[in-house]
Design a protein. Structure first.
Length: 105
C-alpha cells in the first residue's frame, strides 16, 4: 500500500542488525574490541584495523564519524579512546584504576 509502519521499520532494522540507537554489528565490534582487547584505549586505527579485519580508511570514514558524534569514541593524538557511554552501552565496568573518559563537549 506504499506505507511504512513503525513495526515494519523496526523489523527491517532488526534484520540488518541495527539496534535501537543505530549501531550495527561492526560498530559493536569496534567498541567491544576497544574496551576488551585494549582496555578502552588509546589505540591506533592501524591496530584496530588488524584486530577487526577492516581497512583503516573504512574505520575512519564509515564507522568513526557516527561513533564520535554519538559520544562513544574520541580520537586523540595517541589513538582512539572509549568514552563512558561505551561502558554503559556494553554494560561493562571500566578497567581497574582507569577513569572513564568523558566527552569534551
Amino acid at each position: 500500500t506504499g506505507h511504512l509502519s513503525l513495526e515494519m521499520a523496526r523489523n527491517a532494522l532488526q534484520r540488518l542488525g541495527i539496534d535501537e540507537i543505530g549501531l550495527d554489528e561492526m560498530d559493536r565490534r569496534i567498541l567491544t574490541t576497544l574496551v576488551k582487547n585494549y582496555r578502552g584505549g588509546p589505540v591506533g586505527v592501524e591496530t584496530l584495523s588488524v584486530a577487526l579485519h577492516e581497512s583503516p580508511r573504512t574505520i575512519e570514514e564509515v564507522y568513526e564519524p557516527f561513533l564520535i558524534k554519538e559520544g562513544f569514541l574520541q580520537r586523540t593524538p595517541r589513538g582512539r579512546v572509549a568514552l563512558e557511554r561505551v561502558y554503559d552501552y556494553l554494560d561493562l565496568k571500566p578497567p581497574a584504576g582507569g577513569e572513564r573518559q568523558q566527552p569534551l563537549f
